[in-house]
Design a protein. Structure first.
Length: 329
């Protein structure tokens, strides 16, 4: 499967193509994955076909690039404000359990929580028949491209946050073409990173809890995602592994089809602005927070999953306090 990466080579970011097995090589004639996508759309070609028309550059040692911290985000926008970061929750089979436990304490009766009701709606109507529209999922906004971190970079939690916890997920990246059509560029590993303590305090604080940084794996997997994806979410504290658990993704493990999630994101004209990028997180059912883990600064999150070859690695850091003063003009 074709993978696209952005790698610093001799001090310059280059687009690298890799099949996951043989040598990776620089794609000549383009300055970035964004540039490559723009040109492929203009030529009405898929990535593989368009790259075949370009020059094949020097080989790149990805193992060395990973060791030396030269792997960047798989795609970036020249103006990060035009890179919209959003996602959907309660999309995976089993994903309601942790959320339901989190919010049940606020319920005075035994009726299902809103989280469980949303999850069950997805189970019943998230995989519609061809030509039909499925039920809409939970949706949240995380910010713009300035919130995205590459593998090896710190995930910085705000000073006011109550928690900084991992969410091992898959995400897809999209470009809006000149015709306002969304083009899926590919899939990548992701750490959606949220404040679960704030969310637990009140379900209506979910929107606040999601306004955090997030990280994307270096590989942009081009083409269709396998139906079954199985990975591992791991947290290291110094030399000790304090959490390790498998996570499942892919449509075989989801209550929604990816097409249904995509429809309900891009049905809004606001999200079909030519030239914009979007990253959409597809949700997870595995959280260390649900297992009672309290993360600390310096903890290292490691997310891996086949068919991705490279592990997504980030450390937790805490931002300095930055008081905000409002001035009236």
């Amino acid at each position: 499967m074709l993978r696209l990466l952005q790698v610093a080579v001799d001090g310059q970011v280059r687009v690298v193509a890799w099949d996951g097995e043989s040598d990776a090589y620089i794609v000549e004639g383009v300055s970035s994955t964004y540039d490559l996508a723009m040109k492929a759309i203009a030529e009405n070609k898929g990535f593989a076909d368009y790259i075949a028309t370009l020059g094949k550059g020097p080989a790149v040692d990805l193992a060395a690039a990973e060791r030396e911290g030269r792997l960047g985000l798989p795609v970036a926008h020249p103006d990060p404000a035009h890179f919209i970061v959003a996602g959907t929750g309660l999309t995976h089979l089993g994903s309601a359990d942790g959320r339901d436990k989190m919010h049940k304490a606020a319920q005075s009766t035994e009726k299902p929580t809103d989280s469980m009701r949303m999850f069950l709606m997805g189970v019943e109507g998230g995989k519609p028949k061809a030509g039909e529209t499925g039920v809409q999922p939970e949706w949240f906004y995380k910010g713009d491209g300035s919130q995205l971190k590459a593998t090896g970079e710190d995930l910085v939690s705000p000073a006011f946050a109550l928690d900084g916890g991992e969410e091992p997920e898959l995400a897809a990246i999209y470009m809006i073409g000149p015709d306002k059509m969304p083009y899926r560029l590919g899939f990548c590993l992701a750490n959606e990173f949220s404040d679960h303590v704030t969310e637990k305090g009140n379900y209506l604080w979910l929107a606040h809890s999601k306004l955090r940084q997030a990280s994307l794996g270096a590989e942009l997997l081009v083409g269709e995602l396998p139906q079954h994806v199985e990975g591992t979410s791991l947290i290291r504290r110094g030399e000790e592994v304090i959490f390790e658990k498998p996570f499942l993704s892919g449509e075989a493990n989801m209550s929604h089809t990816i097409a249904n999630l995509e429809h309900h994101n891009f049905k809004y004209d606001l999200f079909r602005r030519p030239g914009d990028l979007h990253v959409h997180f597809f949700g997870t059912a595995t959280l260390s927070f649900s297992e009672g883990v309290k993360t600390e600064p310096g903890d290292q999150f490691e997310i891996s999953a086949a068919p991705f070859k490279l592990t997504l690695v980030n450390r937790l850091a805490i931002a300095e306090e930055a008081p905000v003063t409002i001035r009236s003009l």
